[in-house]
Design a protein. Structure first.
Length: 101
């Protein structure tokens, strides 16, 4: 089943309604792709399954790190959650190092 690891988008069931009001079920499947995304905080590429609409949102929001930190944990997959935790650890480590100086 196609599922975006960042937004949780998955196939939806919809009805096609004809002029005579006959309802035919169909599935709307999101365009999910494997994509390598560069994390500036971690300084490495991360490969995740994500919808193309999510990729557009990433660019609009200001990058991968900002987008994943603003996403709720309930929509993220386990792989995306581990990346989010790594980014948070790295950011908190940088702030502690700057406070010591």
């Amino acid at each position: 089943m196609a599922r975006c690891e960042l937004t949780g988008k998955r196939p939806q069931v919809k009805n096609l309604v004809s002029h005579s009001n006959i309802k035919t079920k169909s599935r709307n499947i999101p365009n999910v792709q494997y994509k390598k995304i560069f994390s500036k905080t971690l300084n490495r590429n991360i490969m995740l399954k994500m919808a193309v609409s999510t990729i557009k949102s990433l660019e609009a929001k200001g990058g991968f790190d900002v987008f994943i930190l603003n996403q709720p944990d309930s929509t993220l997959s386990t792989r995306a959650l581990s990346v989010k935790r790594q980014i948070k650890r790295k950011i908190s480590g940088k702030t502690k190092a700057t406070k010591k100086q």
